[in-house]
Structures are given as C-alpha cells and as structure tokens.
Design a protein around this ligand. Structure first.
Ligand SMILES: Cc1cc2nc3c(=O)[nH]c(=O)nc-3n(C[C@H](O)[C@H](O)[C@H](O)COP(=O)(O)O)c2cc1C
Length: 356
C-alpha cells in the first residue's frame, strides 16, 4: 500500500487516505445558502474517493464574504443545505470538513468571471469592509474600517456560532482560514496591521485575534474532532509575515491543541512576487512539520499521484491537498490508486469501470 492510500487517524476520525479536496470558492450561493451545485460539486469528489473534502471558504458573517455569492453559515437557516452535503459525503465513505472564513478587507468583490473587482459600499451588492487597519488591499479601493473592540468581539461571536452550526450540519473537521490575506492573516501581518492597541505591533499581539478565534471555536468544537488552521506561511514580501513567524505560531498552535497546519502562502499584498511552480509551497509544510512537531498539509501545484507520494515519502507533510487538479478530475483518487498499483474500493455503481 502506498503512503498516499494509507489511512490517517486524526483524533476520533479515520481518513481512508491522505488525499484532500482543498477549499475552493464556487461563488454560486444566493444569500449564503448551499444548493444543488454544492451538493454535486462536493459530492462528486466523495464518489471520486477523496479522504477528506473541504467546503469552500464559508463566511461566518455576511460582511465576511469575498463576494455576495459566497457560501455562508451565519444563520441557523444555512444548516439544512449543508447537512444534505455532509450526509452524502459520509454515505460515500469520505469525511466532510468546513473552512470557516472572514474576508476582512478583501470582502465585497465581484465573482472572478464577472471581473473580480472590489465593489464599493455605495455600489449595488457592495458593503463596507472591515480590517485591522483602514488600509485597502490595493490603491484606489474603498478603504476598510478599522475594527473596534466591539467589532472584534462580534467576529469572535460569529466564529463561535458558526462552529456550533457546523457541528449541527454534521461536519467532522473544521479549518480556520487564516491565510490568503483574509481577516485573520490581515491581523497577523505587519503589512496590513498598523494597530497600536493589544492587537497590533509585536508578534504576540498580531496573532492574538487568531488565538482568540481558536479559543472560541474550541469552546464548542468537540475535542475529539480534528481542528485545522490554514496559514500563509510567508507573505513573500519584505517586512511581512515570514516562515520563522509561521514556525513560532505553529509551536503555539500545537500547544493549543490544533491538529494540522495547512500550509499555503501569499495573498496579503498585491505586489508579492511568488515563485509559482510544481510543489512550490511544500518546503513550508516540511519546515513547519519538522520544527514545530505538528502534522502539516501540503498544497499548491500538486498534480500527480507520484508527486504526492514523494512528498509523503520524504516526510514533508502528512496530507496532500489538491484544488485545481480536482476540478480537472473529480476522480483523481481512483486514478491515483491505479497509478500507484493500490487496490481500493470503487463505488459499487462504478465497479465495472475499474481498471484490472
Ligand atoms: C476556484 C478556486 C477557489 C479557491 N477558493 C479557496 C477558498 O475558498 N479557500 C482557500 O483557502 N483557498 C482557496 N483556493 C486556493 C486553493 O485551495 C489552493 O490552495 C490553491 O489553488 C493551490 O492549489 P492547486 O495548485 O492544487 O490549485 C481556491 C482555488 C481555486 C482554484
């Protein structure tokens, strides 16, 4: 059996393999509700054999959405649509995970296929964004409002309530989105956080909001279910968040009981120069795993079974997340097993197509 298809126990959950569907915004919700698109999109990847399937960034509040079309979990009414999806995923042998998110200053944007531009609060479908400091992501954008103490408390309440709803919806893994320049990353990085209160300045202050979010999430999320945190391991920009910061943070998160650090990069400043190429973020997952002694997930231009297997064999990560490859091929795990000469169960309905 390859490492890619060896099971992984995380708290009380057993993943049948190491292949994970990375969170991917679908920009296809009305008022945050999951619909048939989400069921078919995520459900297909369960049929395709993924061990763990994450929802897209799911907004904890309406103003935390990247676009007006994002998935959300800010009201109890959102639970039923999500439950339908978790049940289907579970019935098909996979584990359902939710990524909880707040976009901060990167909220209120059009969908990519509508140009992706920011929408000012005065424009139709736009709203006022919030952030650690009143600095827009890009020049010319309507500036965010710096969060007040009350605003920060509301964010914490929103994450806690969203977690409670995620449990009711049947999710068994929860990931806090603290990457890609969204609200929590904005607080972590000195490039976007110019606050002078206890949430700004030194490293310990800049990570405070993330630690408080984790505490609120853990106040409701069962101890025996896995908790992931996605970070951008570097801002790829002088004066920004660094891999050393990530290692220091990961050590703290290990002590707090976080199970996996999902290691992405970038997204906080538009000018960052990112050396994109095959497996370009894997070294960050490796360094964090080795120096902080925590399980890590590797993501970013991992596109083949052999590449994924090599990352695991080199001890660089514990889980492999794929995004775009899963859009190209929802059945990637079924094909990967054949490539690696592993015998795995296919959906009985598809048995007759299984390569022998
Ligand atoms: C369509 C699309 C939507 C995405 N949405 C999210 C998201 O909601 N949350 C997130 O953390 N990353 C998101 N990402 C980033 C992916 O999860 C992943 O980190 C990135 O695409 C690199 O992996 P890949 O090379 O396998 O695509 C998205 C990527 C794509 C292509």
């Amino acid at each position: 059996m390859s490492l890619l298809f060896s099971p992984l126990a995380l708290q009380s959950i057993q993943l049948k393999n190491r292949i994970v569907v990375s969170p991917m915004c679908q920009y296809s919700s009305l008022n945050g509700f999951a619909n048939d698109w989400h069921l078919v999109h995520l459900g297909s990847r369960a049929v395709g054999g993924a061990g763990l399937i994450f929802t897209e960034a799911t907004a904890v509040s309406p103003e935390g959405r990247i676009s007006p079309d994002d998935l959300g979990i800010w009201s109890d009414e959102h639970i039923a649509g999500l439950k339908r999806i978790t049940q289907f995923i579970q019935q098909n042998g996979s584990v359902a995970g939710i990524q909880l998110a707040h976009a901060g200053r990167k909220a209120s944007h059009r969908r990519p296929w509508e140009g992706g531009a920011s929408i000012a609060p005065t424009e139709e479908r736009g709203w006022q964004t919030v952030a650690p400091s009143a600095i827009p992501f890009q020049e010319g954008q309507h500036p965010p409002l710096a969060l007040t103490a009350e605003g920060i408390e509301q964010v914490l309440v929103d994450f806690e309530k969203a977690t409670q709803r995620a449990i009711e919806a049947g999710f068994q893994v929860l990931e806090i989105h603290a990457a890609h320049g969204y609200l929590l990353h904005q607080f972590m990085s000195p490039l976007s956080n110019h606050r002078t209160d206890e949430y700004g300045g030194l490293f310990g202050n800049r990570i405070r909001l993330l630690l408080e979010v984790i505490e609120r999430v853990q106040s409701v999320w069962p101890e025996d279910l896995p908790l992931f945190v996605r970070i951008s391991a570097t801002d790829w920009t002088e004066g920004g968040w660094t891999i050393d910061d990530s290692v220091a943070l990961a050590k703290i998160l290990t002590e707090k009981g976080v199970d996996v650090i999902d290691c992405s990069t970038g997204g906080n400043v538009a000018r960052a120069k990112i050396p994109v190429g095959p497996g370009y973020q894997v070294s960050f997952a490796e360094q964090i795993k080795q120096e902080a002694g925590i399980k890590t997930a590797a993501v970013g231009l991992i596109t083949s079974a052999e590449q994924a297997e090599t990352i695991l064999a080199n001890g660089q990560a514990d889980l492999i997340l794929l995004a775009r490859e899963f859009l190209r091929d929802p059945y990637f795990p079924l094909h990967a097993a054949h490539t690696l000469s592993d015998t795995i169960a296919w959906p009985v309905q598809y048995e007759r197509a299984k390569p022998r």
